[in-house]
Write a new protein. Structure first.
Length: 175
């Protein structure tokens, strides 16, 4: 199983899943969030894959591969031009590499592209996070912060990251 997980941590077999983003109260679809998934991994989820990539030292490459895959699949999909497209990125990885940039530019031409910082390891490397946010903003992209309220880290970073979109955790609004 470890070689399968190592392959997944290198980006093999990733297949983006596009989750609808709806406007309330009419529930009209306004966009999609691209989530990295590995359909061939039966007993393991994305958290397992990203943890292995972190342990193997391949997290940057995996993150860039997931971003490219999400952008390419979004462009080839059936979403209406101008819709919101949220692509998850790890907060501790380097800014986009030139290989990912071409597919990202193509997606940005057709969608309102927003990079969503996952809640994992937000405060592990603050300088890396802030460089990544600055690089994405300089490139003209908006930033979303995920699962606000689950981890105190996301609340602590609100002023520094100044996200354009705040995604509240379901537990905060469920009741």
């Amino acid at each position: 199983m470890s070689s399968v997980l190592d392959d997944a941590a290198a980006g093999q077999g990733v297949s983006p899943l596009f989750q609808r983003v709806v406007s309330l109260p009419d529930e009209s679809v306004v966009g999609y969030e691209a989530l990295a998934r590995w359909p061939d991994l039966k007993d393991l989820g994305p958290l397992d894959v990203f943890a292995r990539a972190r342990a193997n030292g391949t997290l940057d490459a995996l993150d860039h591969h997931c971003v490219s895959s999400a952008a390419e699949n979004a462009v080839q999909g059936e979403a209406a031009p101008g819709m919101l497209l949220l692509i998850n990125v790890e907060p501790t990885t380097a800014a986009l590499d030139p290989g990912a940039a071409a597919s990202v530019r193509a997606a940005a031409e057709g969608f309102n592209l927003v990079f969503e910082l996952t809640e994992r390891e937000l405060l592990t490397h603050p300088s890396t996070l802030l460089r990544k946010v600055a690089s994405l903003r300089t490139s003209g992209f908006s930033i979303a912060l995920d699962d606000i309220g689950v981890h105190s880290d996301s609340l602590a970073l609100l002023d520094l990251v100044a996200p354009d979109i705040l995604k509240l955790d379901l537990q905060l609004v469920q009741n």
